[in-house]
Ligand binder design. Structure first.
Ligand SMILES: Cc1ncc(COP(=O)(O)O)c(C=O)c1O
Length: 353
């Protein structure tokens, strides 16, 4: 960061590759991955599958592509998919679930991102000529729109029991699953053992430039490989993407704790500011969401005022702002962000008096 320092808290997707990743890219052994001949991709896929306790993995271009492929792989067109009402698949993936996969999304509300098994059971309506066949349940962990909340292993297990009872598949959008594992200090397999398949992103807090991994049985991955090709995601010398992914899995996971500490520091600072509401229970990983309706200005305007002070953030809705900590955000950046929010709030306080 140089010149007028910009503190970018919009997302952990803004992270840049580390020097070690750049070295790994420069020296990666490459081949044509559509022919299955890129040794670096093969190594990453094997490593990722082992890490998740599953048979096989597939490197894909993005989290959105991973989710779309898994929706298509796990279902047939015309079927019904149960997902959490604030989930990324439902909100932010351009309706690919319907437009491309031909599925009916069936949103179910939750309080902190964890679906209630009873509500899922209710959503699985009895067979009836009027209803599409339910075939898949999707979970998200950590849960982005709920503020980086963690869905515990027991909560996933409870949903997996419902899925098994009714013969549905269970998929996990684990874009930030390592954040959940690090926060709870447990092995990531504690989550993955309860789901049929999942994805995680390399390009978020793990700092890789590109890529996500889809993980599941050998059969699921073979089907998904073909679907990736249909969607134009077959890549040739993809080892340049896989090489930093290997570095990420080997050395970027433990440091997520630092991001969580900074998020907590940020949230606790914000909690002290008058007229701003923050639910500290939700601040469990690297995402901090807060409500500025007490300031009497729209979140868009609040964000632009923050930008003038060198702080970048995103809106969640017209009253809510989201900030995400990541590699490159240090304690002093957090303090500057709190000070900037405080100064906007006190300006508004004077105007409102
Ligand atoms: C929970 C979740 N799933 C999926 C995605 C999509 O990932 P990508 O931006 O790589 O398509 C995101 C992106 O922020 C996400 O937060």
């Amino acid at each position: 960061m140089c010149g007028k320092e910009i503190i970018d808290l919009r997302s952990d997707t803004v992270t840049l590759p580390t020097e070690e990743m750049l070295d790994a890219i420069r020296t990666a052994e490459l081949g044509d991955d559509v022919f299955g001949e890129d040794p670096t991709v093969n190594r990453l896929e094997k490593l990722a599958a082992e890490r998740m306790g599953k048979e096989a993995a597939l490197l894909v271009t993005s989290g959105t592509q991973a989710n779309l492929i898994s929706l298509m792989s796990n279902t047939k067109r015309g079927e019904l998919v149960i997902l959490e009402a604030e989930s990324h698949i439902y909100w932010y993936e351009v309706g690919g679930i319907s437009m491309i996969a031909g599925l009916l999304p069936w949103p179910v509300k939750s309080r902190l991102g964890a679906l209630d098994p009873e509500n899922v059971e209710t959503a699985i309506r009895p067979q009836n000529i009027h209803f599409p066949k339910p075939s898949l349940i999707c979970l998200e962990n950590t849960h982005n729109r709920h503020g980086g909340t963690i869905i515990t292993s027991d909560q996933i297990k409870a949903i997996s029991e419902v899925a098994q009872t009714y013969g549905l598949k269970l998929y996990l959008d684990g874009a930030r699953i390592f954040n959940a594992a690090v926060a709870l200090k447990i092995d990531v397999k504690e989550f993955t053992k309860h789901v049929d398949n999942l994805m995680f992103c390399l390009s978020k807090s793990l700092c890789c430039p590109v890529g996500s991994l889809l993980i599941g049985t050998g059969e699921f991955i073979e089907k998904s490989r073909k679907l990736r090709k249909v969607l134009g995601g077959g890549m040739r010398q993809a080892g340049i993407i896989a090489a930093p992914g290997i570095v990420a899995l080997e050395s970027m996971i433990d440091r997520l704790e630092e991001d969580h500490r900074n998020a907590r520091r940020l949230a606790e600072g914000i909690a002290k500011i008058e007229r701003i509401q923050i639910d500290l229970r939700r601040v469990q990983t690297n995402i901090v969401c807060f409500d500025i309706s007490g300031l009497g200005i729209a979140a868009d305007l609040f964000i632009s005022k923050l930008k003038e002070k060198g702080i970048l953030a995103l809106t969640l809705d017209e009253n809510k702002v989201r900030m995400v900590t990541h590699r490159g955000i240090e304690k002093e950046h957090v303090e500057k962000a709190i000070a900037a929010i405080e100064s906007i709030a006190s300006e508004r306080h004077l105007e409102l008096k």
